[in-house]
Design a protein around this ligand. Structure first.
Ligand code: ZN
Length: 163
């Protein structure tokens, strides 16, 4: 972690791929609020937000390597149906969660359904895609000591949570 003054940036974004809208922060109403350098952003967005000012609007298109990484065919795995809580309701292309050996939850996409097994895709849904972000920076401020310690932003005013 570097020792320069670190910034918290709030921004709205519209994400699209090849002209097709994928999602937008406007759908939630609230802008995204992140600590730059906190690891909460994909690398290309982190870079694109450096040195901006409140009120800046810009568009950036990121290669997969700067976004969610290349698509890895090896991340498609065959899993027995008994490991799915919701096997009966799953359809092709649906997202579900699998419990990992480490006890965590892994979001997966259903690629193929057999009689006793299901092929799931562990790639991020946006892996392998070139993504365009239309960004509008709404606010910018220096990070608080608590934010630097936690490694994440505490909302636009810096007091979103205490822990
Ligand atoms: Zn915190």
């Amino acid at each position: 972690m570097n020792t320069e003054a670190r910034q918290v940036v709030a921004f709205h974004y519209r994400l699209s791929e090849g002209g097709q809208p994928i999602e937008s922060s406007h759908d939630r109403g609230e802008p995204m609020c992140v600590l730059l350098g906190g690891g909460g952003l994909i690398p290309g967005l982190e870079k694109a937000l450096q040195g901006r000012s409140a009120g800046d609007s810009f568009e950036v298109t990121l290669a997969p390597e700067e976004a969610y990484g290349p698509y890895r065919p090896g991340l498609v795995q065959r899993v027995p149906k008994k490991y799915f809580a919701d096997a009966a309701r799953l359809r092709l292309g649906m997202a579900t969660v699998l419990r990992t050996r480490a006890g965590g939850m892994q979001r997966v996409i259903v690629r193929k359904i057999g009689s006793s097994v299901i092929d799931v895709d562990l790639n991020h849904p946006l892996a392998g895609k070139a993504l365009t972000f239309a960004i509008e920076v709404t606010a910018l401020r220096e990070a608080t000591a608590a934010e630097l310690e936690h490694g994440h932003a505490h909302g636009v005013d810096g007091h979103a949570h205490e822990h």
